[in-house]
Design a protein around this ligand. Structure first.
Ligand SMILES: [Ca+2]
Ligand SMILES: [Ca+2]
Ligand SMILES: [Ca+2]
Ligand SMILES: [Ca+2]
Length: 742
């Protein structure tokens, strides 16, 4: 009875999907989610190409490339069959993406016009594409990616670097530390327990030690994890950044060459390129926060001071999708944690995220990395606060595969650079407001120095990486999702005051500023030790089968409801939410004026997108996935209300609205032990299904299998409605498949 109207609805939706494809002119559906920025058509191109082969064999790739006058630069990380290639002639005549290393070659002037060179190369490529083993050869666009710290004024910078080589400075620091120890028995005891007494900057590392000097001041309980015997031993952390000064006196003992490579220079050594402005200090600063050596009389101490650290040098040159994927997928069985403190520009104007290869790399990492337990990708949530930027428009922070980390200041305030979004997982300390004398982060600096001036979310994410390293030492069997759960149940919202916490119906207190709250290293290792693995993650997709989503217009807002059974009755039935993605297409004359909320069937309202005053784009959102962790633990069955608020009189249209609910069918076994119900909320009801009529659902089973530490993926996609064999519906499902990377 219902099927004729359902079919019509589906067809109309497919027209919409097709309209999007032609409107944005991407080469595939997938591309339309990559970026909603308007200047895609004008993007500059790299001189590198990505070659996809049907076989995964380096020698064959080299042979085919050679036959067509190309050469293979590298594999694309862990991705089977993908190779980066460059034309031999082009390489000779044009500046390569990694040529900041050989700046002197750049004085060479072009004698061959670039258009001649590129026509020549295009011909070579079309010949190559005809080869039976080649699936595609595509030139790579250049991406804009920025480091998430700040440009320091030269005068500040010069006083911020204390020369450790100066005996005077060191003696002075040692004298200061010695002077304060007898005054505080508790601190002295702590230092003896953890043996960090003689690192000259230890006494100033407020974010690690102040809880033990004054219990009224919260810290991240790192000393408690140390006291339990954990220091990151056996855990390998790498930094996707501008290089690593691995021979630094406070880093070298922990340097792990297997966690290191140089994508920019195309060699194994991630040593940074030095210049007068010390532009490439970022990676070395981030690394010291995790693994500065303890008790060696140099600089400070890292959060996981016995972990192995590596550097993947990839920010000091042209950044492309394959550069990112090669970095994210480097040595995935050896490296446990990847820390990245960069992303799309934080100017508050762009909506941008990982390209298709980087998305695959994230997926490959969580599914196959760490021998099937999944790599941990820690991400800085962004520094665009002063521009009213939101990390909900940053596809890296927003990805379900990243641990997106926010910051709070020494006083527990919202720093001026903080970006709000519902995908932020948790928070660590970082720099604050200098007017109140709030202190910054102490770490290693390039040229064998130490700095007290590391700032922004760039400084917050590595602290999180260090804390996760402590938890992985406590329990090396934790999967990537187990680590997310352990963070969710141990982080402390009450340690950071904020007026925008909500309590969801599982009893989790969450905020778009701080996620689950301040990370708690002592709590994490305690819980990690006995944590039992959560069930496999399953994902259920609900698509709205109408061209124009049924919206109800209210004053200054419009609302749309999507009902779902959350794939009930299939193996993909989700009963316990982890992360939820809402994929929307919205037309609006000024994108930055929109605000988006999602209310779960249990009634929790998650703020998906705040206003962004600088974003004047008329492009709207095209299949952009907004992600929220605020509904963690709730039951997903029922009506999901999307609310889009707009200024009075503005015409806004919601054209697509789909839900991707990630979670588990069975209740995670340790919920009862570690989640404390809030008496003011009906926590118990979180397990009760809210039954309503289902819309079109696609069950997506993403399950690591096997006993031999080898992970394979089985995928079943079912549609509940009869698609009638429509090619276009298959395209839409294919888009959603790719969205899920399955
Ligand atoms: Ca190098
Ligand atoms: Ca040290
Ligand atoms: Ca941002
Ligand atoms: Ca994330």
């Amino acid at each position: 009875m219902k099927s004729p109207s359902r079919t019509i609805n589906l067809l109309v939706l497919l027209v919409a999907a097709f309209a999007h494809q032609t409107m944005t002119a991407p080469s595939s559906f997938e591309d339309s989610t990559v970026s909603s920025s308007s200047n895609k058509g004008q993007q500059a191109l790299s001189d590198h190409w990505v070659m996809k082969m049907s076989v995964n064999d380096l020698e064959t790739a080299q042979k085919i490339a050679r036959e067509h006058n190309f050469k293979v630069v590298r594999r694309v990380g862990s991705l089977d069959g993908y190779f980066v290639i460059v034309a031999n002639d082009e390489h000779r005549f044009r500046r390569s993406s990694s040529s900041r290393d050989d700046e002197k070659n750049l004085s060479w002037s072009w004698s061959w016009s670039s258009s001649t060179a590129s026509n020549f190369t295009e011909n070579l490529v079309s010949n190559m594409q005809a080869h039976p083993l080649i699936e595609s050869v595509e030139k790579e666009p250049l991406l804009v990616r920025t480091k998430r710290d700040f440009i320091e004024l030269p005068i500040r910078s010069s006083i911020s670097h204390v020369l450790l080589n100066s005996d005077l400075a060191r003696q002075q620091r040692l004298a200061e530390v010695a002077a304060m120890q007898p005054l505080d028995g508790q601190l002295q005891q702590q230092q003896q327990q953890s043996s960090h007494g003689i690192d000259p900057f230890w006494s100033e590392m407020w974010y690690l030690n102040r809880g033990s000097t004054d219990p009224r001041l919260p810290d991240m309980n790192v000393t408690s994890a140390w006291a339990q015997g954990y220091s990151g031993r056996g855990v390998s952390v790498t930094f996707l950044d501008d290089g690593l000064e691995w021979n630094h006196a406070d880093l070298m003992a922990n340097y792990d060459p297997k966690a290191s490579t140089d994508i920019n220079g195309n060699d194994d050594d991630p040593m940074p390129r030095y210049d007068d402005s010390n532009e490439n200090k970022h990676g070395t600063r981030c690394a010291g926060e995790v693994a500065a050596v303890a008790n060696n009389s140099v600089c400070g101490v890292g959060v996981a001071f016995n972990s192995g650290i590596g550097g993947i040098r990839m920010l000091d040159g042209d950044v492309t999708d394959s550069v990112e994927a090669s970095s994210l997928g480097y040595n995935i069985d050896h490296i446990h944690i990847y820390s990245a403190s960069w992303g799309p520009d934080d100017n508050g104007e762009v909506v941008d995220g990982p390209g298709p290869l980087a998305k695959r790399a994230f997926y490959d990492g969580v599914m196959r990395g760490r021998r099937g337990l999944g790599n941990i990708f820690v991400w800085a949530s962004g520094n665009g606060g002063r521009f009213n930027d939101s990390c909900s428009c940053d596809g890296y922070a927003n990805s379900i595969y990243t641990f997106s980390i926010s910051s709070t200041s020494e006083r527990g305030d919202k720093p001026w650079y903080l970006e709000e979004c519902a995908s932020t997982l948790a928070t660590t300390y970082s720099s604050g407001d200098e007017r109140y004398g709030e202190k910054e982060i102490i770490t290693t600096d390039i040229r064998n120095k130490c700095t007290t001036k590391h700032t922004g979310t760039s400084a917050a994410a590595p602290i999180a990486a260090g804390i996760i390293a402590l938890a992985l030492e406590a329990n090396p069997k934790l999967t990537w999702r187990d680590v997310m759960y352990v963070i969710a149940v141990t982080s402390r919202p009450d340690a950071i005051r904020s007026n925008n916490y909500i309590i969801n119906k599982r009893g989790f207190k969450v905020s778009p500023r701080y996620g689950f709250g301040l990370m708690n290293a002592g709590g994490m290792v305690e819980v990690a030790k006995t944590w039992r693995n959560v069930p496999p993650m399953i994902s259920c997709v609900t698509i709205n089968s109408q061209f124009r989503v049924n919206t109800v217009h209210k004053i200054n807002s419009l609302e749309a409801v999507l009902s779902t059974d959350a794939c009930a009755g299939t193996p993909n039935e989700v009963n316990f939410i982890e992360q939820v993605e809402v994929i929307v297409s919205i037309r609006a004359p000024v994108r930055g004026q929109l605000e988006v909320f999602l209310t779960s069937p249990m009634g929790t309202k998650s703020h998906l997108l705040p206003k962004r005053s600088r974003d004047l784009s008329a492009d709207g959102f095209k299949r952009w996935p907004f992600m929220t962790v605020h509904l963690w633990g709730e039951m997903p069955r029922g009506d999901w209300l999307l609310t889009v608020t707009t200024p009075d009189g503005t015409i806004v249209q919601v054209e697509e609205y789909s839900l991707v609910i990630h979670g588990t069918k069975e209740k995670p076994i340790d919920y009862e032990r570690f989640v404390k119900p809030d008496p003011s909320n009906n926590f118990i009801n979180a397990d009760v299904a809210v039954q309503t009529k289902p819309m079109t659902t696609i069950a997506s089973d993403v399950r690591p299998q096997d006993e031999n530490n080898v992970t394979t993926t089985t995928t079943t996609i079912k549609t509940k409605t009869n698609s009638g064999g429509s090619e276009k519906l298959r395209n839409l499902i294919e888009f959603l498949r790719r969205k899920l990377n399955i």
